[in-house]
Design a protein around this ligand. Structure first.
Ligand code: GGG
Length: 357
C-alpha cells in the first residue's frame, strides 16, 4: 500500500540534507519493495515567513493531517526571523496539533566516529532519550508586564499534566522493558523546581510499580549531565521533560562525536495523526550553502520513519549502511565534521549505494 509522505526541507542545511535522506529512502524502498509517495511543501521555513508574514498558510493543518508521516529538515534563520517565532510557527505547531507527544532520540556511538570522551568505542554508548514533546517548559502560557519600564517582567508557566506525564513515562517504561538492560533513568530538578518536578518524580514512582523488572534511577539534571560525559555507558532509556529532553538529546550525541548524526522521531503513538521525522540538529546557517553538512541525521531519521511505518527491515538496512560507510572512514567520502574532505553528496551517495547492495 502506498504511504504518503509530506516533505518539508525547511531552512539552511535542511535543504541540503533532505535530498540525501530521500535518496536513501528511495534505495531502501526499491530494495524492500515499498511504495512511498512524496509531496513537497515550501512552508514552515523562514523565507515563507518573509513572503507571507507567517511561517505557514492558515490551512496547514488540513493540508498535512492525512499524510502517513512528515519528513522535515531543519528550521531557523535568526538573521531573518527570531528563533522563537520560526520554531513556534512550525515544528512546535506540528508536535502539538498532531499530538506527537513522544520525541524519541537515539544516542549511539557509531563505528569510525571518534568520541570526544576518552576510551569510548563503538557500541559502548547506546541509549535513547525519550523527550516529552507537547507540554512542560515549552508552554505558551505567560506574558510580559510593564514593558519598556524599569519594572518590566516576563513570566512563562511550565505545564505538567498527569495525563501528559503518564503517557510519556508509559512509552519510556515500555521501551526500557523491551531492551536487554531494562534500565530507565528519569531527569528532573526537583530540589529547585519545587512543584512541577516533584510531581514528575511522583508519577515515575507510581509508574515504576507496574514495571517491577525495570531498574529505575532518578537524577537531578545537573548531575545527570555530568554523568552523560563521565559515564555514558550507564544509560539505556532516559526520560525527561520537554526542555531537559531537548538538552540531553544534544549532549548525548555530542558525547558520540557529532550531533550531526543524531535522528529523531516525533511520534503520535495513537496513530490518529502523522508522526514527524527530523534530525536533532538545526539549520546551521554558518555552514549552509557550502554543501558540507553531514546528512546522516536526516538519513537515519528516514530509517526511523520506515520503522514506524512498519518496515523495520528497511529501516535496519539504512542504519547498517550508515555504519558500514562510517566504518570504512574514507576521508574522500566523510564530511569535515567527521574528519573528512567529502561533501553532503559524497557521504549521502556512499550510504545510498550501500543500501542498494
Ligand atoms: N531539525 C529540527 C530543527 O531544525 N530543530 C531546531 C530546533 O531548535 N529545535 C528545537 C526543538 O526541537 O525543540
Amino acid at each position: 500500500m502506498t504511504k504518503r509522505i509530506a516533505v518539508i526541507a525547511g531552512d539552511g542545511i535542511g535543504t541540503e540534507v533532505v535530498p540525501e535522506g530521500l535518496r536513501a529512502l528511495d534505495a531502501a524502498c526499491k530494495r524492500f519493495d515499498i511504495d512511498l509517495e512524496y509531496q513537497h511543501f515550501d512552508f514552515a521555513c523562514c523565507d515563507y515567513y518573509l513572503q507571507h508574514g507567517q511561517m505557514m498558510p492558515d490551512d496547514w493543518f488540513d493540508q498535512l493531517k492525512d499524510f502517513d508521516a512528515l519528513f522535515y529538515g531543519a528550521v531557523g534563520w535568526p538573521e531573518k526571523v527570531p528563533d522563537h517565532i520560526s520554531l513556534w510557527g512550525s515544528i512546535l505547531q506540528f508536535r502539538r496539533a498532531f499530538d506527537q507527544y513522544i520525541n524519541l532520540r537515539p544516542c549511539k556511538l557509531l563505528p569510525g566516529i571518534k568520541s570526544p570522551l576518552a576510551d569510548r568505542t563503538a557500541g559502548e554508548i547506546d541509549f535513547y532519550v525519550v523527550r516529552e514533546n507537547t507540554e512542560g517548559e515549552y508552554s505558551s502560557i505567560g506574558g510580559r508586564m510593564y514593558e519598556g519600564t524599569e519594572r518590566e517582567i516576563a513570566i512563562q508557566e511550565t505545564v505538567m499534566s498527569r495525563a501528559g506525564i503518564d503517557r510519556v513515562l508509559k512509552y519510556a517504561f515500555d521501551l526500557a522493558q523491551s531492551r536487554p538492560r531494562k534500565k530507565l533513568t528519569s531527569a528532573t530538578k526537583s530540589n529547585g523546581i519545587s512543584i512541577t518536578m516533584p510531581y514528575w518524580d511522583e508519577r515515575v514512582k507510581a509508574m515504576a510499580e507496574q514495571y517491577a523488572d525495570v531498574d529505575v534511577d532518578q537524577y537531578h539534571i545537573d548531575i545527570l549531565t555530568a554523568n552523560f560525559v563521565m559515564h555514558p555507558d550507564w544509560f539505556d532509556v532516559v526520560v525527561a521533560s520537554n526542555l531537559f529532553g531537548d538538552i540531553l538529546s544534544d549532549l548525548g550525541p555530542a558525547c558520540t562525536g557529532t550531533i550531526a548524526v543524531a535522528p529523531s522521531a516525533n511520534i503520535n503513538p495513537d496513530g490518529n495523526f502523522p508522526s514527524m521525522f527530523e534530525p536533532v540538529h538545526g539549520s546551521a546557517p554558518d555552514i549552509a550553502g557550502k554543501g558540507i553538512a553531514n546528512p546522516i541525521g536526516q538519513i537515519w531519521s528516514g530509517a526511523m520513519m520506515l520503522d514506524h511505518l512498519g518496515h523495520a527491515d528497511a529501516g535496519k538496512a539504512i542504519l547498517d549502511a550508515i555504519e558500514a560507510v562510517l566504518a570504512e572512514a574514507d576521508p574522500k567520502v566523510m564530511t569535515p565534521d567527521i574528519r573528512g574532505q567529502g561533501t553532503t553528496e559524497t557521504l549521502g551517495r556512499a550510504i545510498t549505494e550501500r543500501i542498494a547492495g
